[in-house]
Design a protein around this ligand. Sequence first.
Ligand code: AMP
Length: 221
Amino acid sequence: MRIVLLGAPGSGKGTQARLISSKYGVVHLSMGQMLREEVENGSQLGQRIAPVMHKGEMVPDEVINPLLSAQLEGLPAFVLDGYPRSIAQAKYLEALLSSWGQVLNAVFLLEAETELIVERLSGRRVCQVCGKTYHVNFYKSNRCTCGGKLTRRSDDRPEVIRNRMAAYRQSIRPIREFYDSRNLLYQLDANRTAEAVYTDICHILDEQILPYIEWEKEGDD
Ligand code: AMP
C-alpha cells in the first residue's frame, strides 16, 4: 500500500500518518521530519537548508528529490507526508515509482479552515523523541506520554505560519487536479477531530483500496 497525505501545515497529516502506519504496518515517511533531522545533526545539507526552513520556505527540489528517492527505494509500503508540495514533485514521484514498476494507491487531501490551522499551529508542541504532537490548550505537561520533552517547532511562529500557508495555497490546486485526474484523490474534512478523520481514512482503505490491491496481487500469482 502506497499512500500520500496532502494538506496545509497543521491539517493533521503527521497525526494521520502515524495512526495509519501503526495500524497497517506501513512505513511513515515525513519529509519535514527528515529535513529537521538533517538540521539538528548539523550536516552540511542541514546547514544549507536551515535558513530556508526557518523562514517557512520550500527547500529546493535538487535537495529534496534525492533524499526522497533514497528513502523510498526498496520500500514495499509507505505513507508519505509532506511530499509532493509542487506539481514538479508530484511528477517526480510518479516517475520514480514507475521506474520501480510501482504506483500510488491513494492520495488523501486533508482540508481545514485557515483560522483553525493558525490556532492549531500556534499552540502546537512536538515530542522530541517520538514526534507526537499536542496542543497547549488541551495538554498541560511539558513531557510526552513517552517521556520525551515537548518543544515548539521554530517554524510554528505566526509570521512563519503565514509564509507556509501562502506556499501551500499557491501549490495545492494543480497537485489536487493532478491526482484527481489519476482517480487517486480522496478529500476529507479535517476541521473535525483526528479520530473522525482517521475513521474515514480507515473506511476508504479497508473498503476501496486494500481489496483492490489484494485482487491485483492474486492476478499476478
Ligand atoms: P512540514 O513538517 O511538512 O511542515 O515541513 C517543514 C518544512 O520543511 C517546510 O516548511 C519546508 O521548508 C520543508 N519541506 C518539507 N517538505 C518539503 C517539500 N516536499 N519540498 C520542499 N520543502 C519541504
